[in-house]
Design a protein. Sequence first.
Length: 357
Amino acid sequence: MPVAGYEAASLYGYSTARVKAMESKMIRKEVMQSIINAKDIPNMLSILVQTDYKKNLEEYGGVNIKSDMIDFALSKNLGNNVDKLITIAPIVNRGIVRAIAGKWDMYNIKLAIEAKEKGSSFADISKYVIDYGTYNSTTLKELMNEPNIESMINRAMINSPYRKTLAAALETYRKEKSALSAAVTIDKLYYEQMGSIIIRLIDMHHESAQVIKADMDMRNLLMLIRAKRHEMKFADFSGTLIEKGSIKVNQLRELYEGAKDLESMIKEIKVFDLSEELGRYKANKRKELLIFEMGMKNSIFNKSIKLLKHSVLSIGTIIAYAYLKEIEVFTLRIIIKGKTYGLGREELAKMMVWKAE
């Protein structure tokens, strides 16, 4: 049940104050726009070094940091802030926060599995590793020393809170010999296990549960969008869909099978308004599906902003910040990569997942 009054102040007063302080250090829209408008990477860094990323950038060279090292600083910052969230969460809610933060553990192990399949080394992926949790940089480096994917997953299962999830991923890999299939299994099981967290949150703080459900909806819809692009049959990928989102699997099937093509399917999506993104997609020569992912992330960003503003003295502030910080790093990576590839300001501005209502 939700808590109120003195009990809420006692339980969430400290964590709320800490999250508000952390949120105040996030990059504002005007600063993000300045980063986009910067003429080159050094100018971007001169702006970024004045933000909460200063300490992490200085670890890798400050304003003289090499472009291929920027991702290290971004990953380090995200990892540090995830650690803080768990530390400041009320003890009675720490399990919930750890479960939500588990997405970065899962991200890291999927990164390692996919790298192993490609024959890449830890050094090749290290800049993308979120240095946090069970599979932090040190652990992942050791796992990558294993001779193959099966032995790597087996070792990752030892004393792991994710043992059942990894066991299922290992079984999938043995059957299909595909790192992608193993990663999909990890995603599916992680989010299905989040179902019990959602049930608790609906009772404690309904709005927080809706943000997590939106994340699940996004992942399901991205699967439908990619499948529609490749004209797959629903039965061929339905087993990978997450069943705990606000859109039920049978509704996803009706949406998918009832649309003649990708564009008509996008128009029928109700949980996210992708009309603007559809227009950009149709005008985009490369027909990049990233446009739709960015649109959905922007919606989750706005939900999280509202959650943070209106969820005083509740677990909602912690959950909202977790999603906001993830999207901030996602946005910075897109902008910096775009600038590296020579994209102009106007094109980068369209890519910006940072336009709060």
